[in-house]
Design a protein around this ligand. Structure first.
Ligand code: UD1
Ligand code: MG
Length: 465
């Protein structure tokens, strides 16, 4: 399965929207200065996934078969990321940030010759939904030359204002820097997303000029150009919540909060019980099946698969882990990447697992580290067991057979194999493999001095006097 299929959010939404096929231009060449980050802004993550990937996957889900991301020449990290994670996406470089219209022109040149609707999206607006994008593309299929996405807001400052005529038709978008006081009072604003017919993209983008307050080529000027040419201008209205643009770390936290709400909602609608959902953090790439119960203060990160009937108790942290049916995890468990748990496995408090396979019914209930290990069905690992998998240079594997019993406070020095049904005595340091059904222990002999406690105390008291 690829990440698109395993993504919890898109998996929940299952099928592609059966709408218009369109081409996406994703503008992401801005500097993102307010993030104060060495990382390109669209690569910052929400729900464990880069904002850019949210935009790309949402567009693909809505029916975009071709995509082009516009980046700056200084964002090598973004080029590498797109080539590794979205190999079907084209990349166009905008040498100087001369405005959204200029960036769109560069994408259009890179994607020459397409004849389906074009959607212009921003790399820092990750919450936009596929339903909204599909509506925009449909407007073009239904005959509009240009379709703008707007929303009503109580605080329009900074946004382009949607200017309508007496009949309520959109005739222009006025940028904040160019707006009169009367225009600034308009509360219907431009979200940034725009849909264009391929014909109008060919002619309109060529007509853009930069004679405005910011000296930029504004994409938004396409509306006035379409109006003077008597073309059909449409606009759609969306909810402000899905149009949050991320410019700062504060915005990033707001976007994360909004996305977490969506992921929790999707999980609950799919039959997952979230006890105190607001304290549970989910990742977009995790799949959580029906009848899983997740208790408060739990983090499900990366690509987890939590299967039907599993119970994740409070304060557990799971990352890239596969949890079997009816398994019981935690409280206070940590499942690290490469953990694969069979049915009805139990991982209890303060147990850490990494690259560890537990077959059906195996248990590690207390205070253990199990890494680079294979644990057979119904094996029982006692409190304080450590797989000593690392010598400072290399990692080694521990194999524990079916039904084996590892006594408490045991160090298993890998590479080592404990056979099926073998028993390890508590407190052992096991360096040699143990055959099936053998009992092995290492233990310093216990010495008892009769009355030794009393004589020790008497000696101490005599010294104090
Ligand atoms: C833009 C819109 C404004 C709208 C607002 C919504 C224009 C002229 N204005 O303004 O009407 O209300 O978005 O958030 O379109 N970018 C490039 N190259 C450039 C300039 C920008 O790739 O030369 C990218 C940025 O990385 C960003 C997006 O385009 O992803 C938007 O640019 P930004 O500068 O944030 O536009 P706004 O001034 O917010
Ligand atoms: Mg902006």
């Amino acid at each position: 399965m690829n990440s698109f299929e395993t993504c919890n959010w898109f998996a929940y939404k299952n099928n592609m929207i059966n709408g218009t096929n369109f081409t996406s231009y994703i503008l992401a060449a801005g500097q993102g200065k307010r993030m104060k980050s060495a990382l390109a802004k669209p690569l910052h993550k929400i729900g464990g996934m880069a904002m850019l990937s949210w935009v790309i996957k949402t567009a693909q889900h809505a029916g975009s078969s071709q995509l082009c991301v516009v980046t700056s020449p200084h964002a090598q990290d973004m080029v590498d990321y797109i080539q590794n994670s979205h190999e079907t996406c084209q990349i166009a470089i905008q040498d100087t940030a001369l405005g959204t219209g200029h960036a769109t022109k560069i994408a259009h040149a890179a994607m020459e010759g397409r004849d389906n609707p074009i959607l212009v999206l921003f790399g820092d607006t990750p919450l936009i939904t596929s339903e909204t994008l599909a509506k925009m593309a449909d407007a073009i299929t239904k005959g509009a030359d240009i379709c703008v996405l707007g929303f009503e807001t109580a605080s329009p400052t900074g946004y382009g204002r949607l200017k309508t005529n007496e009949e309520g038709r959109l005739i222009a978008i006025i940028e904040e820097a160019d707006a009169s006081e009367a225009e600034k009072a308009i509360t219907l604003v431009n979200a940034g997303v725009m849909a264009l017919s391929p014909d109008f993209a060919n002619s309109g983008l060529q007509s853009l000029e930069n004679g405005n307050a910011q000296g930029e080529y504004y994409l938004t000027d396409l509306v006035a150009i379409a109006e003077t040419q008597g073309l059909k201008i449409a606009y759609e209205i969306a909810q402000e919540a899905e149009l949050l643009g991320v410019n700062s770390r504060t915005d990033l936290a707001k976007a994360e909060a909004a996305l977490q709400d969506r992921l929790r909602q999707a999980a609950m609608e799919n039959g997952v019980t979230l006890v105190a959902p607001e304290t549970i953090f989910l990742s977009s790439d995790s799949v959580i099946e029906a009848d899983v119960i997740i208790e408060p203060h739990t983090v499900i990160a990366g690509r987890c698969h939590i299967r039907c009937g599993a119970h994740i108790k409070s304060f557990s942290h799971l990352e890239d882990a596969d949890v079997g049916n009816d398994a019981i995890i935690g409280p206070y468990a940590r499942l690290r990447p490469g953990t694969i748990l069979g049915n009805a496995v139990r991982i209890g408090n303060f147990v850490e697992t990494k690259k560890a396979v537990f077959e059906d019914g195996a248990k590690a209930n207390h205070l253990s580290y199990i890494g680079d290990a294979q644990v057979g069905a119904k094996a029982n690992i006692g409190a304080g067991t450590i797989t000593c998998n690392y010598d400072g240079y290399d990692k080694f594997k521990t194999e524990i057979g079916q039904g084996a019993f590892i006594g408490s406070n045991t160090a298993l020095v890998a590479p080592v194999t404990i056979g099926d049904g073998a028993i390890i005595g508590a407190g052992s340091t096991i360096t040699k493999s143990v055959s099936p059904d053998d009992l092995s222990l290492t233990r310093a002999p216990q010495k008892t001095l009769g009355g030794g406690g009393t004589s020790f105390r008497n000696k101490k008291k005599a010294k104090d006097q």
